[in-house]
Ligand binder design. Sequence first.
Ligand code: ATP
Length: 216
Amino acid sequence: MNDFSGIGLACRRGDRLVFRHLDFTLPAGGALVLRGPNGSGKSSLLRLMAGLLPPAAGTLAWDGAPIAQDRELHRERVQYVGHLDAVKPALTVRENLRFWAGMREALDDQAAAEALARFGIAHLADAPGRFLSAGQKRRLALARLLATGSDLWLLDEPTVALDVATIAVLEDVIAGFRAQGGRVVVSTHSPIDLPGAVLLDMAGYAAPRLTAEELL
Ligand SMILES: Nc1ncnc2c1ncn2[C@@H]1O[C@H](COP(=O)(O)OP(=O)(O)OP(=O)(O)O)[C@@H](O)[C@H]1O
């Protein structure tokens, strides 16, 4: 039990139905990898899973209870790292981490230092966000995963701009999270080693030539 699941999901963006009839089940410790061409709906599905976008049809449920019943509770379970890393340019690296963590719980200095060190940016703790390279911003966004507790990580193309060594760190961090019962969903165009992950190919759920009314 304690599965995160979606049944009969459909997603509409603007006047286009992006995908439909999509089901998934993600047990504790499980991983799901979203693949598919540009525009096939990977980011949209992650936003549905985060509770940021309502499905056009179908139900997302946690342990059998629809997440729509209590969006606040669901938001507390989820860490969502999107395309845009949302690093605040005027805050230092440490302050950025505190800002994100502070939305949930106070972050002590040691936890912040450990999270930054794991992603190799401890030496940048006092640097302003605007000084960071693309890969360093991505490392900071991912360090947030370690800074606060959660049950579900939703990662939108997390390896973009990361060097090979840091991709290995991310794989390791995800493995540790899963070993403690965490669930992870990753959208990616590049290889990432997530043992036992279920592959969800978005191409199988697309029907772009029909109108929404015809499909639903
Ligand atoms: N805010 C929006 N309003 C209207 N349409 C949108 C919006 N965001 C995305 N779309 C459309 O929804 C479809 C799916 O987009 P989405 O970003 O989910 O795809 P993706 O598989 O993540 O793509 P990529 O591989 O390029 O990141 C696309 O046709 C896109 O144009």
